[in-house]
Design a protein. Structure first.
Length: 390
């Protein structure tokens, strides 16, 4: 195992280093705290309701750190500029940590810190990414700026417009979930087939596989998904929107099949990305079915197929791969990380059928926590150590 390097200049030299470390730690702490709350052991601040607070922290907190770590690292590659590092990165991390502390502090001070730091974090992330892209006219990736702007607007709405209105805050959470899935559809739609194609060229050149580029079919799939997202946010009980969800699910199954992930089944760092994406059509199908059947249990399963399954699994898989690639290490999964990937798959499956207070709920929480403990422990020395040189 790599020795831990204490130099803060290394830790804050690239955004993936501190933010992926924070992702691992917060994934363990936040979900453990939620499990203790469900068990009646740990009380959470009461306004907004604990379920709303939990949803916010998983979407805007946990996933927010992963988005920051990935985008601020990727934008340096996209633009050819030096990575965001040093003091600006430290300040952004500090605002994220402040928001997470505020989320669990009771009273007016905790709420104010939570709201202020959350909005500043997303606004700061948008400003940093926009600065890098605009400096070189990187118009191809301006769609990412649109998603980040939507995150900022949703946070402002959640804290300063929908205050005291639980239904409006839940709509904001549905918006945030759609934005998180949108990041996967946009970024994952690039990197999953690209990584798979590169691996096949190196490891199975005899197959001469050429995966399809982004084409009209992908555009139609994303358009239908966007229409469903609007309905999901603003008319979540509409049977017509439910039909759209089922259609979008089928389209995403086809999109994923076109990337031929089964050919890369020998590499866990690749198949976990395909599995993570596969939870999207599962979630869309469940949400669509719940709208048609008006079934709250199926609705909850759909939400967690997207949240626990797609977002949680994709973050674990992308963080594991990016950290290796950007620190000069071979792109091969550690045995324990392969076990962590399996834990996430089982945990998602258990969560889809879990009942509050039941054994499956405890198993789903325990498997999530165990998977991210493995990531945090195994990757701490990597994230804190200098890049390997050949």
């Amino acid at each position: 195992m790599d020795p831990i390097h204490p130099d803060s200049r290394v830790l804050f030299s690239y955004a993936f280093r501190p933010f992926f470390l924070l992702v691992g730690i917060y994934a363990v702490l936040a979900v453990s705290a939620w499990g203790l709350h469900l068990g009646g052991i740990l009380a959470w601040p009461g306004i907004p309701p604990a379920a709303v607070r939990h949803g916010h922290e998983m979407i805007f907190g946990f996933a927010g750190a992963a988005i920051a770590g990935f985008l601020l690292t990727a934008v340096a590659t996209w633009t050819g500029r030096s990575p965001v590092a040093g003091i600006p990165l430290m300040i952004l991390c500090a605002t994220w940590i402040g928001a997470r502390l505020g989320a669990f502090l009771p009273g007016l001070f905790g709420t104010a810190l939570w709201a202020f730091a959350s909005v500043v974090f997303w606004g700061g992330l948008l400003a940093l990414v926009a600065r890098e892209m605009v400096a070189v006219g990187n118009a191809r990736n301006y769609k990412v700026l649109g998603l980040l702007f939507a995150f900022v607007a949703t946070e402002i709405h959640f804290f300063f417009v929908a205050t005291g209105d639980v239904a409006a805050q839940e709509a904001a959470l549905r918006t945030g979930l759609c934005l998180g899935i949108g990041m996967i559809l946009l970024i994952g739609g690039r990197i999953i087939p690209s990584f798979t194609q590169n691996w096949l060229r190196l490891n199975q050149p005899e197959l001469s596989v050429r995966l399809p580029p982004f084409d009209r079919f992908d555009g139609i799939t994303l358009a239908v998904s966007l229409l469903f997202a609007f309905g999901f946010v603003f008319s979540p009980r509409s049977p017509g929107i439910g039909v759209l969800g089922l259609v979008a699910s089928v389209l995403h199954v086809v999109r994923l099949a076109r990337w031929r992930g089964w050919l890369a089944a020998a590499e866990p760092l690749l198949w976990i990305l395909h599995v993570g994406y596969a939870w999207i059509p599962v979630g869309l199908a469940l949400l669509g079915a719940s709208m048609l059947l008006d079934h709250p249990g199926v609705w909850d399963s759909g939400l967690h197929a997207l949240g626990y399954g797609a977002i949680g699994t994709m973050i674990l898989g992308v963080a594991a791969r990016v950290a290796l690639g950007h620190t000069g290490r071979p792109l091969r999964a550690f045995p324990w990380m392969t076990a962590a990937f399996v834990m996430m798959i089982l945990g998602t499956a258990f969560r889809l059928f879990a009942q509050p207070g039941g054994l499956l709920m405890s198993a789903a929480i325990g498997l999530w926590v165990a998977a991210y403990v493995v990531f945090a422990v195994r990757y701490l020395p990597i994230l804190a150590a200098p890049r390997l040189t050949s």
